[in-house]
Design a binder for this molecule. Structure first.
Ligand SMILES: Cc1cc2nc3c(=O)[nH]c(=O)nc-3n(C[C@H](O)[C@H](O)[C@H](O)COP(=O)(O)OP(=O)(O)OC[C@H]3O[C@@H](n4cnc5c(N)ncnc54)[C@H](O)[C@@H]3O)c2cc1C
Length: 258
């Protein structure tokens, strides 16, 4: 299988760097082909702006969505964007690996998403009408591919438990797992999260490696998070609210998982 690892940590000798090297070797030893987008090493341009189109016209108002659409459709996207899209098309599975920074991904990775997820590629796909709201949330360009997060967090596991002060980790990661991965069609596997990173010693690192290795070995048979498909009957269209009979007592993020 082809695996794309999108990696966002500025220090190669970090915990994240060690785990990235471990993951690449484990996957390659299992016979997979692995490509790594090491965003800091690539000096990835994080900000989406008018330079993302080769046809930039300084006299025209920049429209982030429509300019993205035009550049994608006409093959006039910035080359770095097109290359990452090719890697996504090539991949059977995509892993995003990053340290949790301010309850989300580092800005450089958010910028990768903003720029690579062009209009027509990751959104604005399929028929958009009052009867059908596009191919998204379970359908779309990434349908049939798997995705997984590898995340390190300074906070304790209890801080991210259902009643923990930071909010449950499933909720913290919902915008990434549901909004960024499920939206363009990925089957999203449960995340691999490492907590309390400052307390990791050699023994702890060894346990983490074993657990991560097992998750990588199981990449193809792990059951994805059962997010509800947009066009599977659970939602009224075009309101895009859950039908009254679906999870009637639930609201918030958890209601969108079956
Ligand atoms: C801007 C910013 C925002 C943050 N926001 C949050 C937040 O919102 N929520 C939260 O929970 N945390 C937050 N943190 C903490 C952050 O998530 C952690 O610092 C990060 O996940 C640690 O990952 P690292 O790769 O940088 O670890 P490192 O600092 O490189 O390493 C962590 C530990 O692992 C050990 N280690 C590393 N490599 C090895 C190895 N090969 N073998 C054995 N041991 C090893 C090190 O000795 C060290 O003790 C934030 C940090 C920053 C800088």
């Amino acid at each position: 299988m082809n695996i794309l690892l999108v990696y966002a940590h500025p220090e190669p000798k970090s915990l994240n760097g060690s785990l990235k090297n471990f993951s690449v070797k484990r996957l390659e030893d299992a016979g997979h082909v692995v490509r790594v987008s090491d965003l800091y090493a690539m000096k990835w341009k994080a900000s989406l702006d008018a330079d993302d189109s080769m046809d930039r016209r300084s006299d025209m108002r920049f429209d982030p969505a429509l300019d993205s659409k035009r550049a994608f459709e006409t093959g006039r996207q910035s080359e770095d964007i097109a290359l990452e899209q090719d890697k996504l098309r090539w991949a059977d599975a995509v892993i995003l690996q990053f340290p949790l920074w301010w309850f989300s991904m580092p800005a450089i990775l958010k910028g990768w998403v903003e720029r690579v997820y062009a209009y027509g590629f990751a959104y604005g796909v399929g028929e958009h009408s009052d009867a059908r709201w596009g191919d998204r949330y379970g359908e779309g360009t990434m349908a049939g591919k798997r995705a997984m997060l590898i995340v390190t967090a300074g906070g304790w596991e209890s801080h991210y438990s259902p009643r923990g002060i930071n909010g449950p980790m499933d909720d913290v990661l919902f915008p990434i797992q549901h909004g960024i991965l499920y939206y363009p069609g990925f089957d999203v596997l449960p995340p691999f999260v490492i907590y309390r990173t400052s307390r990791i010693d050699e023994a702890g690192f060894s346990r983490i490696r074993d657990a991560l290795g097992q998750r990588l070995d199981d990449l193809w048979n792990t059951t994805p998070i059962p997010f509800r498909p947009q066009n599977g009957g659970a939602y009224d269209i075009p309101q895009l609210t859950l039908r009254p009979e679906v999870a009637p007592d639930q609201v918030g993020f958890a209601a969108h998982t079956g």
